[in-house]
Design a protein around this ligand. Structure first.
Ligand code: CUA
Length: 309
């Protein structure tokens, strides 16, 4: 595993220590068991007080003393790791609310300055070396946030807020996945964590805060009209336009994301077209309905979506 953060490293060390110790104990146990099964005494020991005492000593040694010597340090090490993984252990540099939905992730970047908070979906950008606190909840069923290279799992539970954090020690794109079965398309509930140097992250965030750019040409203007007139605009928001739907992902900068449909397909013009025209074929059961549209409407809306960078 290509570990990229202090939390995942902690978990990894503990995992390997437990696996190694468990393996050693298992081998010793097998040797003892094999010896007991195949070694025959010349004759059974005579019942005696001395024999009983020896047996009691053996039970205490192998049943209590040796397990304590192995398990107590492991327990203390686990407490130490848990303390280090506790989100309250350090003040975060950034806070993002993550709302689990069937079957995608809504990401709300908080900001103490009003007007600087923004919403996006499925692609969590973070600055390298900064502690990012994640406040997790769900609006439907239980999901679980898991980015193995950065952090262990934390559930997203309706009606409650769970807190975890991530910190990437180097730039990269780290895939994450929903780790709790949540319905038909659980297998297509992925997200990407994009860790980038602070300046790049700031440039990305500044771009995300902007409303959608006004249509640059007449084709885009027609596209915007077609989009606003369609059923699409009832579920999706494009900031800066009349589309303010909250049921589906915010599309203000959808063309700038790497993947579509929560990690299901790469965000290429072809896949974007397929996703608009045939969402149920690409992700059967998705909450995105098949919106009836004429070829001309489709062409216009497709063109508009590709312009939302
Ligand atoms: Cu969401 Cu599995």
């Amino acid at each position: 595993m290509n570990l990229a953060g202090p939390a995942a490293e902690r978990i990894d060390q503990l995992l390997w220590a437990m696996t190694a110790l468990g393996t050693v104990v298992f081998i010793i146990f097998c040797i003892g068991l094999g010896y007991g099964l195949f070694h025959r005494r010349a004759r059974p020991p005579e019942p005696s007080l001395e024999h009983d005492r020896r047996r009691t000593r053996m039970i205490l040694l192998f049943g209590a003393a040796i397990p304590a010597v192995i398990l107590v340090p492991l327990l203390l090490w686990t407490f130490d790791a848990l303390a280090a993984l506790d989100p309250r252990a350090r003040r975060p540099d950034l806070v993002v609310d993550i709302v689990g939905k069937q079957w995608w992730w809504e990401l709300r970047y908080r900001d103490s300055v009003p007007g600087r908070a923004f919403i996006t979906a499925n692609e969590l950008h973070v600055p390298v070396g900064r502690r990012v606190e994640l406040r997790l909840t769900s609006t439907d069923v239980i999901h679980s946030f898991w980015v193995p290279e950065l952090q262990g799992k934390t559930d997203l539970i309706p009606g409650r807020e769970n807190v975890t954090w991530i910190e990437a020690s180097r730039p990269g794109v780290y895939p994450g996945h929903c780790a709790e079965y949540c319905g038909t398309q659980h297998a297509h509930m992925g997200l990407l964590v994009v860790a980038e140097p602070a300046e790049e992250f700031e440039a990305w965030a500044a771009q995300q805060r902007q409303p959608a750019a006004a249509p640059a040409d007449s084709a885009a203007a027609l596209g915007q009209q077609a989009f606003l007139a369609s059923a699409c605009a009832r579920c999706h928001a494009v900031r800066g336009t009349a589309a303010g739907g909250r049921l589906g992902p915010d599309l203000t900068h959808v063309a700038g994301r790497r993947m579509l449909a929560a990690g299901t397909i790469p965000n290429t013009p072809g896949h974007m077209g397929g996703w608009i025209a045939q969402p149920q074929a690409l992700k059967p059961g998705t909450r995105m309905p098949q919106v009836p549209m004429s070829p001309e409407e489709f062409r216009r809306i497709h063109h508009y979506m590709l312009s939302l960078r």
